[in-house]
Design a protein around this ligand. Sequence first.
Ligand code: NDP
Length: 306
Amino acid sequence: MSFLIVSSQRDPKAWVQALKEQDPDLDLEVFPEVADPSKVEFALSWKHPHGIYKNYPNLKAIASMGAGIDHIINDPDIPQHIKITRVIDEQLTKDMSVFVLSLILDHLRNLSHHYCSKEWKPVKYLRPEEVQVGIMGMGVLAVGVAEKLIRNKFNVTGWSRSQKEILGVTTFHGDDQLQDFLEQSNVLLCLLPLTSETENILNKRLFERLPQGAYVINVARGPHLVEEDLLEMIDSGHLSGASLDVFRKEPLPEDHPFWKHEKIRITPHIASVTNPSTVVPQILENYERIKQGKELNNVVDREKEY
Ligand code: NDP
């Protein structure tokens, strides 16, 4: 039985090192150099070339290197019996919380504006208690972000699929309550998983339901956002701007209009990056569980797509 790493777009060196350190006897293969595909029962994966998993007849589980699994289930050639797992990691949540807080403070205090303007021209700013942050998706990362924002005196609302009770957060759920959620969000933060239901959810119709001057933050996935709609709504003055960490095409092409837009802040998908050494123990535990025929931890629901 062997353990396969597939990470064709990111250097897998840090993962190999962390796995070897924590399990020196691991029978490890790194795609594409795989000695015996029939021995592979477990794969650790990030943005694999579609179709490759058909070549591993005894594969039982694919573990995502991150919290998102859209890059795995987008591949139609992964048989239904293969379990897919995701990362749930305190460090990942902490990093996301700090990042989102930084983006919101940068927006409220006009920091990027002042750095770039090179003019001695104070601009009026808002305080956290004057701002309602609406979080779309109230999962693992969003709950951590909400706690951080509440500790910093922001008002926080959350919207999810099912009903939630989260201390200090006014919660909404489902399509029926989306309107009430949106109309009070001065800052809209997307932390949804990318699924067939959530793709293109950040569109003109949704933006129109936000208050005048709302600010949009997308740290989830690029295809949540209809890019032309964002540009139109900022240019019309309805939205005050946006901070984007994720894009339909990454790296964001050099000639993309977002780069030159003075009201759009761009970061290169760095909101929260998995740290292999903190995450390897949960991956190895699942590998052990496969060997012992036990249920895996952090399995995603393939029907729901997250
Ligand atoms: P979770 O799976 O824990 O949470 C997802 C949340 O979204 C749940 O609250 C769920 O509702 C809600 N949701 C899903 N579908 C819908 C829908 N159709 N309508 C309303 N709500 C919905 O995800 P995480 O918090 O762990 O991660 C969220 C995403 O963040 C990841 O999928 C990934 O794409 C992105 N990410 C980005 C990173 C970056 O660096 N930019 C880093 C890490 C993750 P319910 O609770 O009712 O099921």
